[in-house]
Design a protein around this ligand. Sequence first.
Ligand code: PNW
Length: 486
Amino acid sequence: PSYNRELADLKLPEGFSWGVASSSYQIEGAAKDEGKGPSIWDLLSHRIPGLIADNSTGDVVGSHYWLYKQDIARLANLGIPRFSPSISWPRIFPFGKGPVNAAGVAHYDDVIKTLVEAHVKPSVTLFHWETPLALFNEYGAWNHPQIVDDYVAYAQFVISRYDEYVDEWFTINEPQHCNWQFSTYPAGEYYPAYDGITGGIQSRYLCGHHTLLAHAKVAKWYHDEFHGRGRITFKNSGNYFEPNTTSEGDLDAAQRQYDFVLGWFGGPWAEDGDYPQSLKDTLGDLLPAFTDEEKELIKGSCDFYAIDPYTSYTAYEIDGGSAACAANQSNPAWPECAGSVSLEGNGFPIGPAGDQGVSWLYDTPTGVRRFLSKITKELFPSVPDIVVTEFGFAEPFEGELDSLQTILWDLRRADYYQSYLDNILAAIYNDGVNVTGAWGWAIFDNFEWFAGSKVRFGLQYVNYTSLERTPKASMFQFLNWFKEHE
Ligand code: PNW
């Protein structure tokens, strides 16, 4: 059933870009094959028992590295026009820099060729969190400014090689999150400490700073070198925050959340190419400063806005108010300084919960519509168009995955896709937002980082023993929606 009968007959704008997404470490497997070097995720998933919820790793997962031909053939047969994969940095440069791994390059040559021949357009992410371990060991990776030039060299290698076939590039996946891989734990706990860097919040803002600079340098080079050939941006992670009431404190709490999540990486759209004032005021010396030259580089470095708007929350003022919190580093909500309630807004649940392994995820369809307006009209009015580069749901499961019916008859996920897509259409038609694409996460079940392999985001089920893929009910709902609206 359609949730909005008035939208049922509307067609997507011409050229609307849709498809499915995933990332290399989450689907490729072949973690030690054909010369790939280790990334920090090989370390995290192997070295620290209990760190990944089910102690799973990315060693095998869906083995897309070996099965890409059938995976791409299936996309083509299902009529899915676009796929957004990522390339693994340590497959190309096993040590992060230096010698190129010819087998890794030959592999991606064939992946791109296979996609092109199948008429499935690739939108490629260059860095989806696979930081080469060698660079971490050498200088602390994203904690250190040296990473910028090493990343730029890698990105230039890949873009130069595939420019002819790839019309959309994402430099970095969700810089809001890649930092937690270094900053969730104090230095010395799982990683060695570097140069007086303490990890934690200090790493978070240092790593963020270097991802933004790395992006901006690559974008500048791409714009100069390949002018007009394609588009480049990075993928933002962020969710919608509905103020709990119209009180000044709740409105302020929502605004601080936006500043500290989207605003942190909003430099490309901010008038001055810099961080928001509230970040500077709260973080002081913890927030590195950009030079004027760097701000110029950052400004204009994104050709469109990419957002992964999975869910929504209610924001409310915490005890003592945001201002008091902003001054109090021992407050658990520091530095965002706003509670983000997942279960209650005005006392009511905000939506059905996803798998407990991803406790941040709720099915909140109207939030996506409001969020798209919020970003393009209020937060960053200079955004020309916005692409929903990931959205998806992890169906909650009771007990083990032993019944084919519970696995494949994923009604909650089907409902999620239907209602989010209806609301994206409403954002376009009712609210006038220039949404130019939407990609479901994920092509099939994949390794969900710290939540492991039990959390399943796939539109196709993967049997991790036989490696067989089976489309879920949600895949057909997703495809039918596009059939009706194209
Ligand atoms: C994204 N949140 O991460 C990543 O790009 C994917 O690799 C991941 O598998 C997918 O979403 C599902 O989790 C996110 O807390 C992590 O709102 C956390 C959040 C959103 C996205």
